[in-house]
Design a protein around this ligand. Structure first.
Ligand code: NAP
Ligand code: MG
Length: 399
């Protein structure tokens, strides 16, 4: 390796797994070049969160990052870590700087079957992480009143539309927005990722009802597709498919899977939880933030697994699933290898993924999977035991 990978260390049990994965599965096999940023809450506090910003800027510079799960502070964490202030979620900060879209894909293994029996391939959710109801303005209308939507332009032009005339009973009213530039970035991230992964891209909105708002999403996707991506999609043999969101949901349920499903912010929030639980477990879900300029940040979809960490601190045995974190590493290594034309690095990452899956399919897994597997020879391993079992499988593949 010549160009570094940006390495963002994190918190609690996932920080423990991070060290184990590096020691057992990465450093003995490759000449890792990484630029290390400690995003553990202690260091974020000591640097006034500057470390998070620095790590995101380094990601823009080098193009590939791998991130450990991190604590998003709340009141309890303020006390626990004696924080100077309640820092924002690092993922939010990084997403803001990279301006990216998050793609989440389940990792499929034999013996852990999806609840939907016709889903044979993973379904990737791409959630637009800007605007709509997450940045809304709401009002509880207390009685008879007229609600209006007013847009004021800098040249003084004003557009006013009646939303509703409320009677004495009052009601509720809400204003939401999105930005053309953000929707364009979202569309390009989705099209680029579909080309990267050679998978079809599906997108659904409610444009028949929402003739301006949702229709704008539909039009932007359509225009960018026609102008910038159509030819490359045809060459790659993949398809862009738009339909109404309810039609998309119905088709997804009957599909074999294998597509990337672009979702508006709220749809993505809801559907990603449905997809992850239907495929088995959040610990078997990869997550990558892709910026429209082609910068990639890989992580696990789950959090820092606090409950296991407190057991670990007491010296008790833990059986925490490291698969999503291993796949964050392999995703980053593969991408570094692709960008820098290092086929050996790509092959190593693929073998590590195969070793991880073979280990589970041979019945050696952590407790969360042992509880749901259909295999009858399953053996539950502790956190380090599982990683060592993956190492043994990797050695079988490599040597
Ligand atoms: P969590 O860390 O995802 O864990 C919730 C529960 O899910 C765990 O207690 C465990 O269940 C199960 N679980 C999750 N990952 C697992 C794994 N790898 N192996 C085995 N079981 C796993 O969520 P949380 O406890 O709500 O949040 C903890 C901290 O993580 C919070 O401070 C939050 O801010 C942070 N967080 C960070 C990210 C991120 O950085 N991307 C995302 C979400 C949350 P059992 O206890 O039943 O075994
Ligand atoms: Mg959700």
């Amino acid at each position: 390796m010549t160009t570094p990978i940006v390495e963002m260390d994190g918190d609690e049990m996932t920080r423990v797994l991070w060290g184990m994965i590096k020691d057992e599965l990465i450093l003995p096999y490759i000449d890792l070049k990484s630029e290390y940023y400690d995003l553990g809450l202690k260091n974020r506090n000591e640097t006034d969160d500057q470390v998070t910003i620095d790590s995101a800027n380094a990601t823009l510079k080098y193009g590939v990052a791998v991130k450990c799960a991190t604590i998003t502070p709340n009141a309890a964490r303020m006390e626990e870590y004696k924080l100077k202030r309640m820092y924002k979620s690092p993922n939010g900060t990084i997403r803001g700087i990279l301006n990216g879209t998050v793609f989440r894909t389940p990792i499929i293994v034999k013996g852990i079957e999806p609840c939907v029996k016709n889903w044979k391939m993973p379904i990737t959710i791409a959630r637009h992480a800007y605007g709509d109801v997450y940045m809304n303005v709401e009002e509880h209308v207390e009685g008879a009143a007229r609600a209006e939507l007013v847009v004021t332009y800098p040249d003084g032009r004003v557009s006013t539309r009646k939303v509703f005339d409320f009677d004495e009973g009052g009601g509720i009213v809400q204003g939401t927005h999105n930005c053309t530039s953000s929707i364009e970035s979202f569309a390009r991230s989705c099209f680029n990722y579909a080309l990267d992964e050679k998978k079809d891209l599906w997108f659904g909105a409610k444009d028949t009802i929402s003739k301006k708002y949702d229709h704008h999403f539909k039009d932007i996707f359509e225009e960018i597709y026609e102008k910038e991506y159509k030819e490359r999609f045809e060459e790659a043999g993949i398809e862009y498919f738009y339909s109404l969101i309810d039609d998309i949901v119905a088709r997804i349920m009957k599909s074999k899977g294998g597509m990337i499903w672009a979702c508006k912010n709220y749809d993505g929030d809801v559907m990603s939880d449905m997809i992850s639980s239907a495929f088995g477990s959040l610990a078997m879900m990869t997550s990558v933030l892709v910026s429209p300029s082609g910068v990639y940040e890989y992580e696990a979809a789950h959090g820092t697994v606090q409950r296991h960490y407190y057991k670990y601190l007491k010296g008790e045995e833990t059986s925490t699933n490291s698969v999503a974190t291993i796949f964050a590493w392999t995703g980053a290594l593969k991408k570094r290898g692709e960008i820098d034309n290092l086929p050996e690095l790509v092959r190593f990452a693929e073998k590590l993924e195969r070793a991880t899956i073979t280990t589970i399919e041979a019945g050696r897994m952590t407790k969360d999977l042992a509880l749901i597997t259909k295999l009858d020879n399953a053996v539950t391993l502790d956190s380090l035991g599982f990683i060592k079992a993956v190492r043994a499988s990797l050695d079988d593949i490599l040597f």
